[in-house]
Design a protein around this ligand. Structure first.
Ligand code: WTA
Length: 648
């Protein structure tokens, strides 16, 4: 493919970078030679109450233990706010734009600090203590950033829940995390749609019942309509919080105390909460954002990711603020109220760095070049992406049409579990290859292993692993360390297994080939096919189901579900009904592209469903189904093809 297109750093003449090829190589060498020394030096980026003297301690073997900077003490909100109150108090820290609400709110470091302190006081008044969990379920409003930092300030562990989750999904996560308080909004706007956040939260809390430990709910009023409030439990956010003091002495945390947890999907049914620790995470968020984005005074970084995503944590909140930058959030959609809406905002707020998803790029590409060309995008100097594979075509469109060939495109590969960018280019210093997530940042020891779990050097393709720990590495899965060890450290003993496949070319560039487990990536949202099948398994009318991912022109992947109904089922099962069940139970993001009721599913002689075949049938690759002789009943394939594609 486009291994051949290489854009040399010299192409971006005058791109502001303080790095050189030589300094980058020197960093890589130093990190390799003296891991602890390198990271203790990087740890100096953030403010410590007591500086750490210890680097990494732990092991990827056995009962996996990961600790960084263990004797350090800090508070992450101080790293992001207080330390800038002397020299950047009046610099804008956060630009919060809300569609249809006039000019964006601009909060300086001093203002953000005040708001965070008020909420820290309010949460403390409600009885929230260090180590307890607080669930945040908010659209992209300034209170979302304030809420995360206020939790950090009091030492509470925030759990940001995605707005696309269903009430069931929220209930399950509230119970699993043991959250004691919730910060939500009355509603959220997604273009013309109104999403009733508070109503969903009420349903979730009702469903969770006595299993939930939530005693308080703060509600940010995002619309003029009244929402039901439960006296004693629910409080209007601003009525309640704004009367508290604007100062709050930060709770001093140990580096290894948890900062937040974030739910993500894996190959087994239950969503898991990935836990990140204060010290290592903030150093890593600061380091990675500085290496790739290197914000300078005057830069406005707009990362369009939802705050409920790891990208929202590291690239919207913690990275930019730890580095003293200006970060922008918006609840707008790229094409609402008209195509090119994001380009209006880039111009209006003089965005210098736009960081988005391949799905958004593909959607904007479909709207045509004219839409982009009608706007003044001269403020932009860097374009970023993460979260899903991007084709060289879409990469080049972003680069040529949006960036006018002036702005490097940084395709960065990372995961909820990695806490921040792992693979990504240093703009202006390294060559770019459209479609490749570039190379590991200094300090990361990437490895590719073959089918037998052996590390292969040089040009290679196989499982993408990381050989040594890095400060931003997830520490555990909340309440299930055994699952953490099993998921990430048993496939290739001694290495962290990412779940992705990759190819490394002769220049050491990585090309992600996709997930190797049963996780699909719908518009950047991870969804375990087992999660879908578990939900369907609860319906007594369904005998068996198989969920697969198929290529989708905009979302990257889409969900297709095959259902084998129970023959004796009294109530009728419809394809629409199954689709509704999935969205109700998991959330809107999991809405299937298609549901097919089929008489049987193709299986091997040992009874295993052959998902590979279903994936091919669903994506129209029926010409090339391969050898079917190992199936118990090859005629099943014909029946399934008939259902999907009509008589063939
Ligand atoms: C995928 C998102 C190709 C990958 C930051 C990974 C990517 C999963 C890229 C993590 C990329 C992320 N190119 N694929 N640049 N970045 N992925 O936890 O499969 O939501 O394992 O974190 O997204 O998704 P997560």
């Amino acid at each position: 493919m486009s291994d051949h297109t290489v854009i040399q750093p010299g192409h971006y003449k005058g791109y502001p970078t303080t790095m050189t090829r030589a300094s980058l190589d020197a960093m890589t060498r130093q990190a390799r030679k003296d891991q602890d020394g390198f990271w203790l030096e990087q740890a100096e980026r953030v403010h410590w109450h007591k500086k750490p003297t210890r680097g990494f301690e732990g092991s990827f073997e056995g009962d996996v233990s990961i600790k960084w900077f263990e004797d350090g003490l800090l508070n992450v909100s101080v790293c992001c706010l207080d330390r800038y109150l002397t020299d950047k108090a009046d610099q804008v820290a956060l630009i919060a734009h809300r569609e249809g609400h006039g000019p964006a709110e601009k909060l300086t470091y001093a203002m953000l600090h005040e708001r965070v302190c008020r909420l820290a006081n309010a949460l403390t008044h409600l009885g929230v203590e260090k180590g307890q969990r607080v669930a945040i379920n908010l659209p992209m409003v300034s209170e979302a950033v304030v809420a995360m930092l206020a939790c950090a300030r009091i030492g509470a562990v925030h759990v940001v829940l995605f707005g696309g989750f269903s009430a069931d999904g929220i209930a399950e996560r509230l119970v699993d995390s043991g959250s004691v308080a919730v910060i939500t909004a009355s509603v959220a706007y997604r273009g013309a749609k109104i999403i009733p956040f508070k109503e969903m939260m009420d349903t979730a809390l009702y469903k969770a019942g006595a299993d939930s430990a939530v005693h308080s709910v703060l509600v940010v009023r995002t619309s003029d309509d009244a929402v039901p409030m439960l006296p004693g439990r629910d409080h209007d956010y601003h009525d309640f919080v704004d009367s508290f003091e604007v100062d709050f002495v930060p709770v001093i945390m140990k580096a290894e105390d948890p900062l937040f947890m974030l739910y993500t999907s894996g190959s087994t049914g239950k969503p898991k909460a990935i836990v990140h620790a204060c010290g290592g995470y903030i150093v890593w968020a600061s380091y990675t954002m500085d290496m790739v984005y290197a914000q300078r005074p005057g830069d406005v970084l707009w990362c369009t990711a939802d705050v409920a995503w790891i990208t929202g944590h590291s690239s919207v909140v913690y990275g930019p603020l730890a580095n003293g930058g200006t970060t922008m959030i918006s609840d707008s959609l790229p094409a609402y109220p008209h195509p090119g809406r994001w380009w209006d905002l880039v111009d209006e707020y003089k965005v210098t760095m736009l960081f988005s998803s391949p799905t958004a790029v593909r959607a904007m590409m479909a709207d045509g070049d004219d839409v982009v060309n009608r706007h003044d995008l001269s403020s932009l100097r860097l374009l970023g992406i993460a979260g899903e594979p991007i084709s060289p075509d879409a990469w080049l469109w972003y680069h040529d049409v949006v960036g006018k060939k002036r702005c490097p495109v940084a395709d960065t590969w990372w995961q909820t579990e990695t806490g921040g960018i792992v693979l990504g280019p240093i703009p202006g210093v390294q060559s770019l290859k459209p479609g490749s997530a570039s190379r590991p940042l200094p300090g990361i020891e990437m490895a590719i292993t073959d089918t037998r779990g052996r590390v292969v050097q040089g040009v290679a393709e196989g499982s993408l692993c990381i050989a040594r720990s890095w400060p931003g590495q997830a520490r555990t899965i909340w309440g299930d360390h055994a699952r953490f060890c099993q998921t990430y450290f048993t496939k290739v003993p001694g290495l962290y297994f990412t779940g992705d496949g990759a190819r490394r070319d002769a220049d050491g560039y990585y090309w992600i080939t996709g997930r190797m487990d049963d996780v699909i990536n719908i518009a950047g949202h991870r969804l375990g096919t087992a999660e879908v099948e578990d939900v369907l398994g609860e319906d007594h009318r369904i005998l068996e189901s198989a969920a697969v991912g198929v290529p989708h022109p905009v979302k990257g992947e889409g969900l297709v579900v095959f259902i084998m109904p129970r023959k004796d089922s009294a109530t009728e099962l419809t394809e629409e009904g199954v689709a509704r069940l999935i969205t109700q139970r998991l959330g809107r993001y999991a809405a299937p592209e298609a549901v097919y009721l089929v008489p049987d599913l193709p299986r091997t002689r040992s009874g295993k469903i052959v998902r590979r075949l279903l994936r091919k049938i669903a994506s129209g690759e029926t010409e090339n189904l391969g050898d079917l002789s190992a199936l118990t009943d090859p005629s099943v394939v014909g029946a399934v093809c008939n259902r999907v594609w009509g008589a063939m």
